[in-house]
Design a protein around this ligand. Structure first.
Ligand code: NCD
Length: 315
């Protein structure tokens, strides 16, 4: 059902297809030897035109743990992009060597373009400030595992009634765009968007919530929102997307989550962050049992194993 499919934004997969991916990821987490040789003989191209630690390494780890292999670059400076090769040509080449392509690119829409030229599946590992669907798979699996009903087969059961706060750079943060878009497909989720005025969530996200009559609250007041939340999604101010450094410096420390701020939070809150963190979560918070961001990064590997096995058609 998922064999041969590209993933450019979370809406490309139906809710049933997403459940299949989460259930397989949980099976792999339970028994890490499951599918150990599943992708033997398969090749994954990882084309990273922008920096990455977790996304690239977790894709590589995922493919290697499935018995497959990877090839690619982590720095566009070492690819023919510097000689002026078009993305379409680079993709055609990668597709002729590999069975699937994972790509991160600074341009919004680059992954969609790549998928149009590629005869093999393309996975968007981030296109500028637009989408980052595999981070969303990671986030949703983490929510399911840490807040969901044990044994629930459908994510819908686990997110119903959740109050989810997004805090930080909601304008440029592609992880926020993808996750809010994905969560809006489930009923009963209430959103809190916490940001400085200049970094509010894009109009198209807010308008979509209005259209679907989904409850949300936009605020600059972190303390006021805190006691309401079941999930808090912290984000880094996206320096690389700013037009000038002064604005970045003025806004970068708008919200810092520390022990004191958490005093008003629910005891069963979960704190997520796609990472890398800069200043927005004080290191002292890492010891709090509610901090889930390092576990989240590990779920990212399981869910990418599940995704790769599914689109390569080995399950
Ligand atoms: C995020 C990204 O690249 O958008 N990182 C990641 O993939 N885990 C978040 C960020 O860079 O702030």
């Amino acid at each position: 059902m998922l064999k041969g499919r590209s993933l450019i934004e979370p809406g490309n997969f139906s809710l049933e297809e997403l459940d299949t991916i989460f259930n397989l990821a949980e099976k792999i987490e339970e028994d890490e030897t499951y599918l150990r040789e599943g992708c033997r003989g398969k090749l994954l191209a990882t084309l990273f035109f922008e920096p990455s630690t977790r996304t690239r390494l977790s894709f590589e780890a995922a493919m290697l743990r499935l018995g497959g292999s990877t090839l690619g670059f982590a720095d566009p400076g070492s690819s023919s992009a510097v000689k002026g090769e078009s993305l379409a040509d680079t993709i055609r080449m990668a597709a002729s060597y590999a069975d699937a392509i994972v790509m991160r690119n600074p341009k919004e829409g680059a992954a969609l373009l790549a998928s149009r030229y590629s005869p093999v599946p393309v996975i968007n590992a981030g296109d500028g400030g637009h989408h980052h669907p595999t981070q969303t798979l990671t986030d949703l699996l983490t929510i399911k595992r840490l807040r969901g009903k044990p044994g629930a087969k459908m994510l819908a059961e686990s997110v119903k009634g959740l109050r989810v706060g997004f805090c930080g750079d909601l304008k440029f943060g592609r992880t926020v765009h993808s996750l809010s878009h994905a969560l809006a497909r489930y009923s009963g989720v209430k959103f809190f968007f916490i940001s400085p005025d200049e970094l509010r969530a894009p109009e198209y996200i807010i308008r979509a919530l209005d259209r679907e009559k989904i409850e949300y609250n936009e605020t600059g007041n972190f303390d006021e929102a805190m006691p309401e939340l079941d999930v808090l999604y912290m984000t880094r101010v996206q320096r690389e997307r700013f037009f000038n450094e002064e604005d970045y410096i003025r806004l970068k420390d708008s919200y810092i989550l520390d022990r004191e701020k958490l005093e008003k939070a629910k005891q069963n809150l979960i704190i997520l962050h796609p990472l890398p963190r800069v200043n927005e979560i004080a290191v002292e918070v890492d010891k709090d049992p509610r901090a889930a961001y390092f576990k989240q990064a590990k779920y990212g590997m399981y869910v990418r194993m599940s995704l790769l096995a599914s689109i390569l058609g080995v399950v």
